[in-house]
Design a protein around this ligand. Structure first.
Ligand SMILES: *[C@@H]1O[C@H](CO)[C@@H](O)[C@H](O)[C@H]1NC(C)=O
Ligand SMILES: *[C@@H]1O[C@H](CO)[C@@H](O)[C@H](O)[C@H]1NC(C)=O
Length: 160
């Protein structure tokens, strides 16, 4: 019997099901939002308290750029970082963006260094700007890199 397109297709479906089902449902996609460079100022070593070693680093400025979003990081905000007994650094960042069309966006982000040394953050946005309003409800993640006193965060939006 010659294989028809239909039998080939159903074979493919069966193979896919066998390959993919143990891995769970199809994962969501990620859409690139922007990359931001942030320059930190003089750190304030709050010190070792009951929750770990706290150090506050102010944001002195920066810039961000992506396919639909670009502008500057205002010198309003900082990272209230906490370092635990395992040397895991947990970031607690607030940034204030001003876009090239003068929209103001408040950005909050939290996340920790992972056992392999990378640092992931989850981000949330707040704005009244009509142009950027969609940011209020998105789910975004970022990967953080520190070079000297410049922090770079590549940011993606979770999509279907
Ligand atoms: C961030 O810094 C890198 C390295 O200096 C540079 O290539 C990039 O253009 C900068 N991006 C923004 C948005 O400032
Ligand atoms: C340190 O890491 C170990 C192993 O990952 C974990 O069991 C322990 O709870 C961690 N301790 C702290 C203080 O985070």
């Amino acid at each position: 019997m010659k294989p028809t397109l239909l039998t080939l297709l159903s074979l493919l479906t069966l193979t896919n099901a066998a390959v993919f089902s143990p891995k769970g449902p199809k994962p969501p996609g990620l859409t690139y939002l922007y990359t931001v460079n942030i320059t930190g100022g003089e750190a304030a070593p709050v010190g070792l308290g009951p929750r770990g070693y706290r150090v506050v680093v102010p944001i002195v400025g920066g810039s961000f750029s992506g396919p639909k979003l670009k502008g500057t990081v205002l010198p309003i905000g900082g990272d209230w970082a906490l370092i635990d007994a395992n040397r895991t650094v947990t970031a607690d960042v607030r940034q204030t963006f001003k876009t090239d069309v003068s929209a103001y966006i408040q950005v909050t982000e939290t996340g920790s260094t992972q056992p392999d040394g990378t640092a992931f953050v989850r981000l949330a946005y707040e704005t009244g700007s009509e142009k950027c309003y969609r940011l209020n409800t998105i789910v975004a993640i970022g990967i953080l890199k520190l070079t000297g006193n410049t922090l770079t965060i590549d940011t993606w939006q979770v999509s279907t």
